[in-house]
Ligand binder design. Structure first.
Ligand SMILES: [Zn+2]
Ligand SMILES: [Zn+2]
Length: 237
């Protein structure tokens, strides 16, 4: 991004990406009427309230639910633009509303039962972009919902290649034990319900790899959350 564009972005008034009204990047009216994803079980692809993995599908996974908030096509530009440093508070606008939906889906009564953990990005991508988008996401969800978050619990121990450049089979083997849980934080996450977050997901394999890295005797549950998914199965209602 050119310096001049960067400065323009900072001083320009916020405009809604969908209706151009000033004051928000995502205005309350547009959020209300925005298309949502059909709630389904990721394993069998059949409808399931709150994206819960069915009991009979459970054996394949160690997680309770895989939640996707928005259809990728509809929110693509907003997500891409939020990756520029000057525009990262786009996500703040999104989360100002979306956290209520998350609380409803997960049935959260007590925020202190939960911890939000962003999926770490590999070093090379982070050095190119300066910050991890999932960290920003975690921060904003935490700010609106009162749920604690931490960016250092999950460690990437292997720098996997950028997922989007690989075939599906390559992606699966590429992620083999790529994550570790930092022992320093064992007490921090003890008996907590974990919410793993990422911005855009393609395969969910990353979430499942991270889930597999936890000691399941010490935590209560894991739910996974993505802002959007570019796979066909998560289509709009
Ligand atoms: Zn609008
Ligand atoms: Zn199922």
């Amino acid at each position: 991004m050119k310096a001049i564009d960067y400065i323009k972005d900072i001083i320009a008034p916020k405009k809604c990406y969908f209706c151009s009204a000033e004051g928000h990047f995502f205005c309350p009216q547009c959020y209300k009427s925005f298309p949502r994803i059909s709630e389904l079980c990721y394993v069998c692809k059949m409808p399931s309230d709150n994206f819960i993995i069915h009991d009979h599908c459970w054996k394949y996974l160690d997680v309770q639910s895989l939640i996707v908030l928005f259809p990728y096509r509809k929110i693509q530009k907003l997500i891409k633009d939020s990756k520029y440093y000057a525009k990262k508070d786009i996500l703040q606008d999104v989360w100002a509303y979306a956290w209520k939906y998350l609380v409803e889906i997960l049935g959260i009564d007590n925020p202190s039962d939960y911890i939000i953990l962003p999926i770490p990005m590999n070093f090379w991508r982070k050095s190119k972009r300066w910050y991890n988008h999932a960290d920003i996401l975690a921060k904003y969800i935490s700010k609106s919902s009162g749920i604690n978050y931490h960016t250092k619990v999950i460690k990437r121990v292997k720098n996997t290649l950028q997922q989007s450049k690989l075939t599906r089979a390559e992606r699966l083997s590429n992620l083999d034990s790529a994550f570790k849980i930092d022992e320093k934080y064992t007490d921090f996450i003890k008996w907590k319900k974990l919410i793993l977050v990422d911005d855009v997901v393609s395969t969910w394999v990353t979430f499942l790899e991270v889930a597999a890295a936890f000691d399941w005797q010490d935590i209560m549950s894991i739910d996974c959350l993505a802002l959007a998914s570019d796979t066909q199965i998560f289509d709009e209602k």
